[in-house]
Design a protein around this ligand. Structure first.
Ligand code: NAP
Ligand code: ZN
Length: 353
């Protein structure tokens, strides 16, 4: 084992402080990665503040971060896909059992024996739970390491590892959205990537936002129309007209208002994960045979497909780069939806401490 610098919290109400964690030695299929940038996902915040306690309680100390981009510094003897110096990414998962039908189907995110990048029991026994990317390095099985296109700015690539795949996957799963009316609800980290992908696949993209100040930006990002969701008249005009809606809202909200936006056989897919259950009106779904789905990140093969697509189409996340020392302030801004549109931590700031 070796020691790595990290930022952690010790309770749901404690601020982040500088810490030292244990990482395992690089053996077998392991890849050791020097982390260059790590995005701040709202899931990090939900976990740090133990907001998902009823489903996935948080073990402290907690080192979040699952939007990791870095450079390979060491490889185990059995590694075949990566070599020292390669640019790589790690997303929300670091292991699965590889043998269950779900893994065989390349949907490792649903494996019952899977390991998330942080706050999962650590199968290697290095620590009680896995520690994520708010750290100077990480050691990951090569099956969960992604190749990063070399033509993209790395700070903006990091968020692709979660916000990117989480929006890419349900949009692809819906089918051919070319010419379809697609709604993206919430213009945050996930939402702004949803806009970019829906636009890239040829949809008519409409953003629903609670923040009037984001209207111009939504259009710049590729939206064709923007609806201020608190304006009843604007909402009324679009009722019953959408083919597909992606809901990325991180907090409790009235989902029925968006279900009624769908046309016949329309689908709304939830990727946002508010801490409290949403109330769904049966009637909103029945009339028009509408469906409500959920989606969780994407499999490893699909994540690589998404990264390659981003490389070909020059797609990255819009980021505000911060030193890790500003993390507590960044979290407060994330709660206020005051981010354009993802914080990306420059890990050189941690090395310099
Ligand atoms: P984020 O950057 O905070 O964006 C969420 C957006 O939701 C905000 O920018 C805001 O957009 C809107 N919003 C926030 N509070 C709201 C409220 N009370 N009412 C209405 N709208 C509100 O968060 P994120 O990182 O994109 O994550 C979004 C959610 O997805 C989180 O719950 C996260 O845990 C979850 N998530 C799920 C997966 C998955 O695999 N399913 C993966 C990653 C994240 P406007 O200002 O435009 O209204
Ligand atoms: Zn995430």
């Amino acid at each position: 084992m070796y020691q790595a610098k990290a930022y952690s919290v010790t309770s749901a109400t404690a601020p982040f402080t500088s810490d030292t964690i244990q990482r395992r030695e690089t053996t077998g299929r392991d890849v050791q990665i020097e982390i260059l940038f790590c995005g701040i996902c709202h899931s990090d915040l939900h976990t740090v503040r133990d907001e998902w306690n009823s489903v996935m309680p948080t073990t402290y100390p907690c080192v979040p971060g699952h939007e990791i981009v870095g450079r390979v510094t060491k490889t185990g003897a059995e590694v075949t896909q990566f070599k020292t110096g390669d640019l790589v990414g790690v997303g929300c998962m670091v292991d699965s059992d590889h043998i269950c039908p779900t893994c065989q189907d390349h949907q490792e995110q649903f494996c019952h024996n899977g390991t998330f990048t942080y706050n999962s029991p650590d199968k290697h026994g290095t620590a009680p739970v896995t520690y994520g990317g708010y750290s100077e390095s990480i050691v990951v099985d090569e099956c969960f390491v992604l190749s990063v296109p070399t033509n993209l700015e790395l700070a903006g690539v990091a968020p692709l590892l979660c916000a990117g795949i989480t929006t890419y996957s349900p949009i692809r799963r819906w089918g051919d959205i070319k010419g379809k009316k697609v709604g993206i609800v919430g213009l945050g980290g996930l939402g702004h990537m949803g806009v970019k992908f829906a636009k890239a696949f040829g949809a008519h993209v409409v953003v629903f936002t609670t923040s009037p100040g984001k209207k111009e930006d939504a259009l710049r990002l590729g939206a064709h129309e923007v609806i201020i969701s608190t304006n009843a008249d604007e909402m009324q005009k679009h009722m019953g007209t959408f083919n597909f809606i992606l809901d990325t809202i991180a907090a409790d909200h009235d989902i029925n208002a968006y279900i009624t936006m769908l046309g016949r056989d329309g689908n709304i897919t939830l990727v946002g994960a508010p801490e409290t259950p949403l109330q769904v009106s049966a009637f909103a779904l029945l009339f028009g045979r509408k469906s409500l789905s959920g989606s969780l990140i994407g499999g490893i093969a699909e994540t690589q497909e998404m990264l390659d697509f981003c490389g070909q189409h020059n797609i990255i996340s819009d980021v505000e780069i911060i030193p890790i020392q500003q993390i507590n302030e960044a979290y407060e801004r994330l709660v206020r939806s005051d981010v354009t549109y993802r914080f990306s931590i420059d890990m050189a700031s941690l090395k310099a401490e």
